[in-house]
Unconditional design. Structure first.
Length: 99
């Protein structure tokens, strides 16, 4: 973990409503499991930060995009994160810990 991330995590930890969840990101079209993501806090998944991707499953990184094997574009590679295409994916998950 880089120092800036560690600092951000500590800031999160000081807020009682922030928690983490392990999400399984799936293709909305074919339901293929794409990756597991350690999400911080509440709210929608608009971005997936690469540093918090727990495990890559069947997603394919190609030409600046992250794709499902069925061809659906799931997100756009922005360097440190993927900007997600809202309608292209679904997710399920569980809360893993209160920070
Ligand atoms: Zn798919």
């Amino acid at each position: 973990m880089i120092p800036a991330e560690a600092h951000a995590a500590r800031l999160f930890a000081n807020h009682p409503h922030h928690r983490t969840a392990m999400l399984t990101i799936r293709c909305a079209r074919c339901k293929t499991k794409l990756w597991k993501y350690n999400k911080l806090g509440k709210g929608e998944v608009l971005r997936c930060h690469k540093a918090r991707i727990e495990r890559m499953l069947d997603a394919i990184a190609e030409n600046g995009k992250i794709l499902c094997p069925c061809g659906e574009t799931i997100g756009f590679d922005k360097g440190t994160f993927y900007r997600m295409v809202r309608k292209a994916f679904v997710y399920s998950g569980e809360k893993v810990a209160k920070l």
